[in-house]
Design a protein around this ligand. Structure first.
Ligand SMILES: NC(=O)C1=CN([C@@H]2O[C@H](COP(=O)(O)OP(=O)(O)OC[C@H]3O[C@@H](n4cnc5c(N)ncnc54)[C@H](O)[C@@H]3O)[C@@H](O)[C@H]2O)C=CC1
Ligand SMILES: O=C(O)[C@@H]1CCC=N1
Length: 271
């Protein structure tokens, strides 16, 4: 039996990531009438979306009798400021899902004493097109039914990896939370390199973008490992082998350092 999605959801912080999850949930057909958005400075696009879909924007907390799920998606630095408003939306049965980088379940508990059931999740931006990757860890007060509901909610916008050790969420943040930015930067680098190799800038950009899109889609559809797919591009003594002879040595340590820096920053955001 598939777990039901929540009928009532409050999203606190309707910015880039909260907005991406919302877009994904609307795409899969969640009822907008059950969704409320809390944001003191919503973008014009968010205001227009709320009006178009009939989602409540900054409703009076007292007007919501049921809040099955509260998704907390402000910047981590805004947690202290947002906490009193968040508290006002927590009901006895509310499951709080925080996507704040760095903030631990214990950090959240200290600010949100009303919250008895909390999940720390780290999604990523492709959630808007149902291709997100989320890591999640459940706190002690979460019931089996709440965890199943969170799983259904997060899985509706991509893949989900549950972790027993909350401490691993900072590593998830550094790999898949921030990961789309690394890939987008790779597109920028490939486009710049194409231009340097003589291509007109617009053509280099379109080719670089389509290459990453195509490689991503092939990874998605193919049962082959990334290593086998790489080997399938690489002819012995051919052009790819020549290119990879430059890239493969330095890239892995660079990515290791990249992920370590992001993980370190997540740790600094805790507290
Ligand atoms: N951008 C990304 O790809 C990802 C972001 N995250 C996490 O998502 C959270 C939000 O990040 P972004 O969406 O990038 O930032 P953002 O700045 O685009 O969104 C934050 C939103 O919170 C609103 N806000 C500020 N104070 C508020 C308050 N007191 N109450 C309610 N809303 C308030 C802002 O007006 C803004 O719309 C962060 O904690 C970040 O760690 C997690 C995974 C990926
Ligand atoms: O850059 C950040 O801090 C957030 C967390 C993961 C992606 N964006």
């Amino acid at each position: 039996m598939t777990s039901p999605l929540p009928q009532t959801l409050v999203l606190i912080g309707a910015g880039k990531m909260g907005g991406a999850m919302l877009e994904g949930w609307l795409r899969i057909g969640m009822n907008p009438a059950g969704i409320s958005l809390i944001d003191p400075k919503p973008s014009d696009e968010m205001v227009a979306l709320a009006t178009e879909k009939g989602m409540a924007l900054n409703p009076d907390p007292a007007s919501l009798t049921s809040v099955e799920v509260l998704v907390l998606a402000t910047k981590p630095q805004m947690l202290d400021t947002a906490a009193p408003a968040v508290q006002a939306f927590i009901r006895p049965q509310t499951l709080l899902i925080s996507i704040l980088a760095g903030k631990t379940l214990s950090d959240l508990s200290a600010r949100l004493p009303n919250a008895t059931a909390m999940i720390r999740a780290m999604p990523n931006l492709p959630a808007s097109v149902q291709r997100g990757a989320t890591g999640a860890a459940a706190g002690q007060g979460v019931t089996g039914a709440q965890r199943a509901m969170a799983d259904a909610l997060l899985r509706s916008i991509g893949t989900v990896e549950w972790l027993d050790d909350e401490g691993l969420i900072d590593a998830v943040t550094a790999v898949s939370g921030s990961g789309p930015a690394y890939v987008f930067h790779l597109v920028e680098c490939l486009a710049a390199a194409g231009k340097q190799a003589g291509l007109p800038a617009d053509i280099a950009e379109r080719l670089a973008r389509a290459t990453i899109e195509g490689a991503g889609e092939l990874l998605h559809q193919s049962p082959l490992s990334p290593a086998t797919l790489r080997q399938n591009v690489t002819s012995p003594a051919g052009t790819t082998a020549a290119g990879l002879s430059v890239l493969m040595g330095p890239l892995e340590p660079l990515i290791v350092e990249t992920v370590a820096a992001a993980k370190r920053r997540a740790g600094e955001l805790s507290g």
